[in-house]
Write a protein that binds this ligand. Structure first.
Ligand code: LLP
Length: 432
């Protein structure tokens, strides 16, 4: 459920016509709904309320300061993967003590910074990392809270580039070796074994892989809790969202099908996982990113040209793969809709950007309403892994970002002057 819908012929975000934002702030433009962000956080929070828990928003999915502040104000913590992300949380008014620090390559400087700021836990991904955290903590005369990321070897049945919980991946430590590692880590004087963590992949649209992974890891958590007094079990993120319109808004009867009944919602997720987790008597951490931010954002773009070749109808827009790389990178589907519905003909189209790569497309051969120069389109479900994965390829200035709250809207990231792109560069002295 999100807050982008048509009122008459115009697409609205909450109570604001998106076209008015495109006119005011220009395009390409990311538009986020604060109400959607809030609802997604609160729905999951409520569904999990039978167990003590903390939602640590995976800020890698969307790290705009206003998005972070929205979630911090709701009491959320953050799943961070770099010192830079921790600095962003602090700048946005988030609480470092509610941050879990993940990632396979934490540097000494990042560990030191996180220790000084008092993060809730380091999720370690290897034994050398545990030794390094211990060493840095000893130097600072601190005790570092740690959890080890267990790789349960469960196939999440998602895109190969975003699956993480099998032995093919670089993440975590094989489940068979975990007890021995905790026993060795218990001897490291500057570590406090605080929890166990797992994350099996991203964009999982059914509960079964989560259920399978939790069921597989539970006996291990129980043992570790008894032996080392662990306080929390983190079941990671990965809750998927609906990108396909046929599922999201199309046929109401679809929701009665057996496929629909398997779809992941906060309710179905909690209904299957809470009974497994409650008897543990531990704090449960979650690290959802996309579930909270994905359907909270859209990317608005302007049609520059329509180019008809013998075979194709190319709609050339002013957004490109540098603004939203998911279609090029993962063959990801994003629904594309006009900001103003005109009715009339539907035509099979490729929506493409201006970048000099054939991979620079948002859809291929998709039936879309006929559009012309100056019309605006929105790419839906672009709130997660959208702006954050943007680049300045082709010396294109990053898109601007706007947050909507009811009737209000605010520019939450201005469009950078193109000169800023090379501001940190210089001409070598011998070339002058
Ligand atoms: N926790 C850990 C340890 C992670 O690695 C991730 C995502 C998450 C939580 C949050 O996953 P989420 O709830 O958002 O699925 N760029 C890709 C997704 C990469 C996900 C990386 N890790 C995409 O656009 O689909």
């Amino acid at each position: 459920m999100h807050d982008f819908r048509y009122v008459g012929k115009k697409l609205y975000c909450e109570d604001v016509a998106v076209e008015s934002l495109a006119k005011k702030f220009g395009t390409p433009l990311y538009v986020y709904s604060q109400r959607t962000l809030t609802r997604h956080f609160q729905e999951l929070d409520r569904a999990m309320s039978p167990v003590e828990h903390l939602i640590c928003f995976a800020m890698k999915s969307n790290s705009n300061q206003s998005v972070l502040r929205t979630l911090a104000n709701l009491g959320g913590g953050f799943d961070i993967v770099s010192g830079g992300e921790l600095q962003r949380v602090i700048a946005a008014g988030g609480d470092a003590r509610k941050c879990v620090f993940a990632g396979v390559g934490k540097t000494d400087a990042e560990i030191e910074f996180a220790l000084r700021r008092g993060v809730y836990c380091f999720n370690a991904e290897s034994e050398p990392e545990l030794h390094r955290i211990n060493r840095v903590a000893a130097r600072l005369k601190k005790i570092a809270p740690v959890a080890v990321r267990v790789n349960p070897n469960v196939d999440a049945h998602t895109h190969a580039k975003i699956t993480t919980g099998t032995y093919e991946n670089k993440f975590g430590i094989a489940i068979e070796g975990i007890e021995a590692i905790y026993a060795r880590a218990a001897k490291l004087k500057n570590l406090r074994l605080r929890g166990l963590q797992m994350h099996i992949g991203s964009q999982l649209t059914t509960v079964s892989p989560f259920e399978q992974a939790v069921t597989k890891v539970l006996p291990l958590v129980q043992k570790l809790k008894a032996k080392h007094g662990l306080e929390f079990f983190s079941i990671g993120g990965g809750l998927g969202i609906i990108y396909q319109p046929a599922l999201a808004s199309g046929d109401p009867a679809w929701w009665q099908t057996s496929a629909a009944k398997k779809i992941l919602t906060p309710h179905s997720y909690a209904a299957r996982l809470v009974p497994l987790l409650k008897p543990l008597g531990m704090k449960i951490l979650m690290e959802p990113g996309r579930f909270i931010s994905g359907n909270s954002g859209i990317l608005v773009t302007r049609v520059e040209y329509v180019k008809r070749t013998g075979k194709k109808n190319f709609v050339i827009v002013d957004a490109a793969m540098n603004d939203l790389i998911r279609p090029a990178f993962y063959d990801a589907y994003h629904e594309i809709v006009p900001l103003t519905k005109k009715g009339g003909a539907v035509i099979s189209s490729d929506v493409v950007g201006p970048i000099c790569e054939s991979g620079d497309y948002f859809c291929k051969d998709r039936p879309l309403p006929k559009v012309g120069e100056g019309d605006h389109l929105a790419l839906l479900s672009a709130g997660a892994y959208g702006f954050v994965m943007a680049s300045v390829y082709n010396t294109r200035s990053p898109a601007a970002e706007v947050l909507v709250n009811g009737r209000r809207s605010a520019l939450v990231r201005k469009r950078l002057p193109v000169k800023e792109i090379w501001a940190a560069e210089s001409v070598a002295p011998w070339l002058k």
